[in-house]
Design a protein around this ligand. Structure first.
Ligand SMILES: C[S@@+](CC[C@H](N)C(=O)[O-])C[C@H]1O[C@@H](n2cnc3c(N)ncnc32)[C@H](O)[C@@H]1O
Length: 208
């Protein structure tokens, strides 16, 4: 049988991918972590805890984009973060996430649509793990992350690095946002064996 990650990779539309997440919401964590050995959540939590000292973790307002079942939020809550919101378009994943009672506000929506209920300009940290890529968040969605964050806020993007066209367009778009002085790059770091033998990358930007 395919791993869950391989099934996701083979989907051909956003609707198909969301239906897959809906269907597998209760087994996602076991399948993606055990079969896929997904390093995304671990990498993100390590980066966030390095950036935010313990004394600030109760005050920083955090938005988890494409939050899935809330695995990352759960790990951050264990590290002392208490002000977490989540955005997730799959109803199944969102219901699973809500049952954990970690997030204050949850938004049932996609990044990349015209309208959003997410408050603008008020997050200290906006992050996404595994939500960027084909049939997921369009590369232009990073502009929405900039709008969600407050000036000085951080944006962290943790993703696979093997989708060549997508990555090339994303990097050009990120550079164009930097030229427009909307954000500045802090650093990026490669992630070896991010997901089933695929390498990944973590991008960290600061909103200006
Ligand atoms: C690989 S899962 C990652 C979930 C979670 N962040 C984690 O680390 O376990 C990708 C998530 O992206 C969400 N997603 C797909 N397209 C999206 C979009 N356009 N906007 C927001 N989320 C999207 C899916 O519903 C799914 O929950």
């Amino acid at each position: 049988m395919d791993s869950f990650a391989q099934s996701v990779y083979r989907t051909e539309s956003v609707a198909e991918v969301i239906a897959l997440y809906d269907e597998h919401c209760t087994t996602y964590e076991k399948r993606i972590c055990e079969e896929g050995k997904f390093k995304g959540p671990f990498t993100l939590v390590e980066a966030v805890t390095k950036e935010v000292p313990e004394c600030r973790r109760k005050e920083v307002r955090v938005l988890d984009v494409a939050a899935g079942t809330g695995m990352v939020g759960e790990a951050l809550a264990q590290k002392g973060f208490t002000n977490l919101d989540a955005l997730e378009p799959s109803k199944g994943m969102l219901e699973y996430l809500r049952s954990k009672n970690i997030y204050t506000n949850t938004f049932h929506e996609y990044v990349g649509q015209d309208h959003t209920n997410v408050p603008q300009g008020c997050y200290d940290l906006v992050f996404v793990v595994g939500g960027m890529g084909y049939n997921h968040i369009p590369f232009t969605g990073v502009l929405e992350f900039v709008r969600f964050a407050k000036p000085g806020g951080l944006i962290m993007i943790c993703m696979r690095h093997d989708e060549e066209d997508y990555m090339s367009n994303l990097k050009k778009y990120m550079n164009s946002l930097e030229e427009q002085q909307l954000w500045k790059k802090e650093f990026s770091t490669p992630i070896k064996d991010y997901l089933i033998g695929t390498d990944g990358i973590l991008f960290v930007y600061q909103v200006l």
